[in-house]
Design a protein around this ligand. Structure first.
Ligand SMILES: [Zn+2]
Length: 51
């Protein structure tokens, strides 16, 4: 299936991997291994000894 791609410049989504409006590459808003709102991130890094 195809995910909607998110334009990094404007607050809009599209199926294309290139935003014709802003002339820039779009990104997938569903990254598998990155969650900037992960509230447990700090505790998990502490467990791994990184912080
Ligand atoms: Zn755009």
């Amino acid at each position: 299936m195809r995910w909607l791609k998110k334009c990094p410049v404007g607050p809009h989504y599209m199926l294309q991997e290139f935003c014709q409006i802003h002339q820039t590459s779009t990104s997938n808003p569903h990254p598998p291994n990155f969650n900037p709102t992960d509230k447990n991130g700090a505790a998990r890094r502490k467990t791994k000894g990184i912080e």
